[in-house]
Design a protein around this ligand. Structure first.
Ligand SMILES: [Zn+2]
Length: 251
């Protein structure tokens, strides 16, 4: 509504009306930063979840999007689905589990994020494999939000115990991605290892190693459900950043 029109309706001068509008916008901005009174923060600035009954498991890529081709010629999308299904089988006795895909099909990232957001008391675990120079190896776990920190840290700790060589812990990475920022539920993205490293690619293609990776992730989810943030140290400060967009850096 134009400013003059508001002033006429309230019988106020345009200056007073402008001040009121500015105050109202500021209040709205503060409310949105604080969650706006809704049950969930848009920014994930709450503590980590505990006692959640649902886990959304996202196998990265699929269909026309193969992800990284890898050193052994087994594309990321197949390894990601295989590990995701192993995670699902381990969690199914204790959780309602939901897969974003259970076959080799393409799904947009934004569709994955909104699918995850449709589930109430849940967490999202997205599973990927990494690629870089052939020397780099080891799992790393991405998170962005305060409510996702403990789960990410538990996953990374458990994965670190699985990697059978030194220098294999790439650690936690705080990165704003569409699947670490945008869903309305706590959300992490796990890079289970580097398919660009010959030794790690061989491991990751192996069913028993995939089982060990899956068990590490599943254990972290069970621990998060049982203990919430307990034992994970101080939470990182929230960072109020806008949703991640397709034009942002690679995911
Ligand atoms: Zn990927």
């Amino acid at each position: 509504m134009p400013l003059e029109e508001v002033a006429r309706m309230e019988d106020l001068s345009p200056t007073v009306t402008l001040q009121r509008l500015l105050l109202a916008s500021l209040a709205a901005l503060l409310a949105s930063c604080a969650g706006g009174g809704s049950t969930r923060s848009k920014y994930g600035d709450r503590p980590g979840p505990k006692g959640f009954p649902v886990v959304v498991i996202d196998a990265g890529h699929g269909g026309k999007d193969s992800g990284t081709p890898g050193r052994l010629g087994i594309p990321e999308k197949h390894v990601a689905l295989s590990i995701a299904q192993r995670v699902q089988r381990r969690l199914a006795p204790q959780f309602k589990t939901v897969m974003t895909r259970n076959s080799d099909r393409f799904i947009e990232l934004d569709a994955r994020a909104s699918f995850a957001s449709r589930h109430g008391s849940a967490v999202l675990v997205s599973i990927h494999l990494n690629s870089s120079s052939s020397r780099i190896c080891g799992p790393e776990t991405y998170y962005w939000r305060t409510d996702s920190y403990s789960l990410a840290r538990r996953v990374q700790q458990n994965l670190n115990a699985v990697v059978p060589y030194k220098n294999g812990n790439r650690g936690l990475v705080r990165r704003r991605l569409r699947l670490t920022r945008n869903p309305s539920i706590p959300c992490i993205l796990v890079e289970c290892g580097y398919l660009s490293n010959s030794r790690e690619a061989s491991l990751l293609a192996n069913a028993s190693y995939q089982d060990r990776i899956a068990e590490a992730i599943a254990r972290a989810v069970r621990d998060q459900k049982a203990y919430g943030d307990a034992g994970m140290g101080p939470l990182p400060r929230p960072i109020y950043a806008p949703p991640s967009l397709p034009t942002d850096p690679r995911e």
